[in-house]
Design a protein around this ligand. Structure first.
Ligand code: DGL
Length: 254
């Protein structure tokens, strides 16, 4: 499983709950964080290097726990490597089903909003609703610094999301895994506005793919979590602790 940083931990948490016997390697590419503003070619290059590393370590399935990396690379990864991949896109479909005002805001990185993958989702599920694409400039950085749940986070959300909410959006899609950790801030700042995110759906899809391919871990085997952090490991673990993960949850692979 990989992401540019802590965002994909939201998927990891659901996956470990649903598939406790699996051994997971989580790769946090913090040396190249953030992915959102980078050109797609650069994010694709990182996604290939990380996938190569994870497959060398024996991984049988790769979860791209990052909307931006999925946008930049998922099709090419599937063509290039012989393992199944599970990627993610902003949850437009559930948002359109639950919005009462018919107006939804999609909060995601520029890389995700500009990608073909998201364009296809809009084509397929965007009919009959008004969609406001909102680039979350600086929000993933805030989460990666451990500032979710702070006044700084609320102030940024007010500035970035305020206009879409004022224009009538009643549903906000958290279309970047980092934004999962801002759900409480969005709820506090904009009472009555619903949030939608796909971490659990992605974790469920990964479990389903393991079963379809007959590659699940045997029941009864203890699960495990290894971390690979391309940047500062101690800083990463400190933010994990801030986000409610056990202080030393994992063996750290150098
Ligand atoms: N977590 C990533 C995503 O889901 C983006 C964060 C970043 O900009 O690196 O899109």
């Amino acid at each position: 499983m990989f992401d540019s940083g802590v965002g994909g931990l939201s998927v990891l948490r659901d996956f470990q709950r649903l598939a406790p016997h699996e051994r997971v390697i989580y790769f946090a590419d913090t040396a190249f964080f953030p992915y959102g503003p980078r050109p797609a070619a650069e994010v694709r290059k990182r996604s290939f290097a990380i996938t190569q590393r994870l497959i060398s370590a024996g991984c049988k399935l790769i979860v791209v726990a990052c909307n931006t990396a999925s946008a930049a690379a998922i099709a090419d990864l599937r063509d290039a490597f012989p393992v199944p991949f599970v990627g993610m896109v902003p949850g437009l479909k559930p948002a359109t089903q639950q919005s009462r005002s018919g107006r939804v805001a999609i909060l995601a990185t520029p890389g995700t909003l500009d990608g073909d993958l998201y364009a296809r989702v809009v084509d397929e599920f965007g009919r009959g609703v008004s969609i406001e694409n909102v680039p979350g400039h600086g929000l993933a950085e805030l989460v990666e610094r451990g500032q979710s749940g702070t006044e700084a986070a609320r102030a940024s959300l007010r500035r970035i999301l305020g206009p879409a909410i004022a224009a009538g959006a009643d549903t906000v899609v958290l279309g970047c895994t980092h934004y999962h950790f801002l759900a409480d801030d969005v709820a506090a700042e904009f009472p009555g506005v619903a949030t939608v995110e796909t971490s659990e759906a992605v974790a469920r899809r990964a479990v389903a793919v393991l079963a379809e391919q007959g590659i699940e871990a045997p029941p009864g085997r203890p699960g495990a979590l290894d971390l690979i952090v391309s940047g500062d490991r101690e800083a990463f673990k400190a933010v994990m602790a801030h986000l409610g993960f056990a202080p030393h949850p994992a063996e750290v692979v150098p």
